[in-house]
Design a protein around this ligand. Structure first.
Ligand code: EPU
Length: 335
């Protein structure tokens, strides 16, 4: 357990916003988490990799940083493994580890920033795979009830970038278990540019490592690296609208891309397209703006404050609403 007073949070959030908290306590197991919770009466904020958060002011409380590590094999049978990972492990390092073991199912989720503990909260997803597709269970500590609870996949109530944990801040993720394939991996290469990327790599029979490499290459070509330009990935969720509103919009904008959802009455529209049409792509507003290669990402060019970034998000939301009648919802937690 490490305790620092008046802690600078610039390195703890991928937007690189210069804010502080009264105290930061890192914990690496259940005992140290319990000690950290009891340490003071301050308001608490649980932080993982800080890659989905926008600080608009100093946090007048104690930040608890989750550094619970460990990867362990829980079960192996003929076709799959069940692996348990600590919430404080870095997601992409974990993905690389699984691919090295030739465990499949996780390769499309390569290079997503953040920690493993944040993954179920957001139900992270990319290139046709969501965490819920491979998740077995999530173990949490309930701060209010002072007890450890395990949630099976159904209890996690996963939705698009949504889960039970997102609405229950008293739960601190300790670990999760995933089911990964050992042989006969089911490869998902039909989403986005994956097959195009594999073609350009001259790969006819891809392995999970090849798919991971392709995803990494696509992400690197479109998404800014937070180590060089502050950002939190997609700032907004892709809006889901009913088929009636969709038809009306499609008549006005025949080139608008769209995706089906699990419900035949609902259609998903890429927010990046809406934002680009609204004229924001690559446009700078002071130290912030929408990224030049992916308008869904809001960036910090170096010195932006959280408030400036929030104001830009509102500017984008207003214009998109005015033009398309669609209300965008931030994916990022604004504090
Ligand atoms: N598009 C534009 N202009 C843009 C950006 C996108 O017209 O500036 C269009 C693209 O041409 C394409 C469509 O929008 O037709 C979708 O774009 P893309 O494939 O880049 O994906 P996305 O829907 O914008 C989602 C996830 C990403 C994930 C990618 C790939 C959300 C909010 N975002 O983005 O997740 O990597 O799909 O699967 O669902 C994240 O959550 O932080 C994230 C990066």
């Amino acid at each position: 357990m490490i305790i620092t007073e008046n802690h600078d949070l610039s390195l703890e959030n991928s937007f690189g916003i210069r804010v502080k908290c009264l105290r930061m306590i890192t914990f690496d197991d259940l005992d140290s988490l319990r000690t950290a919770i009891a340490y003071d009466a301050n308001p608490k904020l649980i932080l993982g990799g800080g890659s989905n958060i926008l600080f608009t002011k100093d946090f007048e409380g104690t930040v608890l940083k989750n550094e619970i590590k460990g990867i362990s094999l829980v079960e192996t049978n003929e076709n799959h493994v069940i692996v348990e990972v600590g919430a404080g492990e870095i997601w992409h390092s974990f993905v690389k580890y699984c691919i090295q073991q030739n465990w499949g199912g996780i390769e499309n989720l390569s290079l997503i920033p953040g920690t493993c503990g944040a993954a179920p909260i957001q139900n992270i997803g990319a290139y046709g795979v969501e965490l819920k597709d491979i998740l077995v269970s999530v173990t949490c500590y309930d701060i209010e009830a002072s007890e450890v609870k395990t949630f099976d996949r159904q209890a996690c109530q996963f939705g698009y970038r949504d889960s039970y944990f997102k609405h229950h801040k008293e739960l601190v993720v300790l670990s999760m278990r995933l089911r990964l394939s050992l042989y006969d991996h089911v490869l998902k290469i039909n989403y986005g540019d994956i097959s195009k990327e594999l073609d350009s790599m001259n790969i006819l029979e891809p392995t999970i490592q090849d798919i991971s490499n392709a995803v990494i290459h696509i992400r690197q070509s479109k998404l800014p690296n937070p180590a060089f330009m502050g950002n939190a990935g997609s700032f907004f969720k892709n809006p889901i609208i009913d088929t009636e509103s969709f038809q009306a919009l499609k008549n006005r904008f025949p080139n608008m891309p769209w995706y089906p959802t699990d419900s035949p009455q609902k259609i998903k529209i890429p927010a990046g397209w809406l934002i680009e049409q609204a004229g924001f792509k690559g446009v700078k507003f002071g130290q912030t703006g929408s990224h030049k290669d992916q308008a869904l990402v809001i960036v910090n060019y170096g010195q932006a404050t959280g408030t400036e970034i929030k104001e830009h998000a509102h500017r984008v939301m207003e214009k998109v609403h005015l033009l398309f009648g669609i209300k965008l919802t931030p994916e990022v937690n604004i504090i």
